[in-house]
Design a protein around this ligand. Sequence first.
Ligand code: PLP
Length: 415
Amino acid sequence: MNDKAPLRARAEIDLAALRANVRTLLARAGGAQLMAVVKSDAYGHGAVPCARAALEAGATWLGTATPQEALALRAAGLGGRIMCWLWTPGGPWREAIEADIDVSVSGTWALREAVDAARAAGRTARIQLKADTGLGRNGCLPADWPELIAGARSAEDAGDVRITGLWSHFACADEPGHPSIAAQLNVFHDMLAYAEKAGVRPEVRHIANSPATLTVPESHFDLVRTGIAVYGLSPSPELGVPADYGLRPVMTLAASLALVKQAPAGHGVSYGHHYTTPTGTTLGLVPVGYADGIPRHASGRGPVLVDGRIRTVAGRVAMDQFVVDLEGDRPGPGSEAVLFGPGDRGEPGAEDWAVAAGTIAYEIVTRIGARVPRVHLHATDATDATDVTAGPRYDTVVAGTGTGTGHDGNGSTAG
Ligand SMILES: *Cc1c(COP(=O)(O)O)cnc(C)c1O
């Protein structure tokens, strides 16, 4: 592929910004280690290049949801500690143990499968026990903790496992001052104390996600698990904007206008004619749609920077395209439409699309489809000192090729 060829659409991933975000978060973490959470193809940013950049910037752990995602990181040659937490019976325990991946255990069925796999592999499994301190999702409830701890300790004494971590996850860390935050910390302290009394000597204890890393210092323990903040986005509007924390958005989503045309007054636009031109005007065709992850719920609302001005999606977002009313402006076909980015040129942020679609910025970036090529900029540390006048450096351009293939080209993620 010609790296410089104009693309229908592209998601530029600024790895220098990602590295700077990791360093900023490490400075906030008060001596705790940092796990870069790179699940779901690094929230749509490309798992392997993002994981590599995070480690370069000082992250010592990588986190994924599924074991397949974790195994793909190792297969791509990534070192450092890797942990994955979303297991189902029959999962690839043995492969994970052999790849030196920390596996999370939330219940006795998982402990049994980890022990069996460790014996089959002839290795000690690194397991992290997950506590449900109040999220009410995955994890072991306090009432079941003694049984899990007892089982894990005897497996440890038998040499089948080593309990490397004790951990939990917050329900409402993105709502500063929510009473559940202190309540969960209390429960976590109790469950840690119980485990330690039973002889558990974990390498890491951790509970903080991005919002807790940014706003709850007493939650940092030995390790913080940051996802959204690594990608330079604010966890919630209540926490403010990325710049409030010295974070810079990593993804810029842009497309090339496919058509600009004069239309008469009273002309219906896109499916259902939910927009009608109020006067004679110019219409611009932006060639991305809900198949690319542009939320259909943002029909009539999503903001786009075109030719120096913010325009709004006119009518429905279709599968592959949507229209903006350019009110007489006539940028040429091929002109850039910037849906979101760090804001340097006045473009909207992913948070603005989240508001337009009634969702969170996490979902906006994570759902950008496999059809949109990820263009990774500043893949090496040497390019951190960006000369802005030199324009973007297209270090890698890897187009998504459809389902089952990661954007990094190693077939890593299921999206
Ligand atoms: C996704 C996830 C994180 C990261 O959350 P952010 O809010 O993106 O920082 C941390 N821990 C677990 C268990 C997760 O599933």
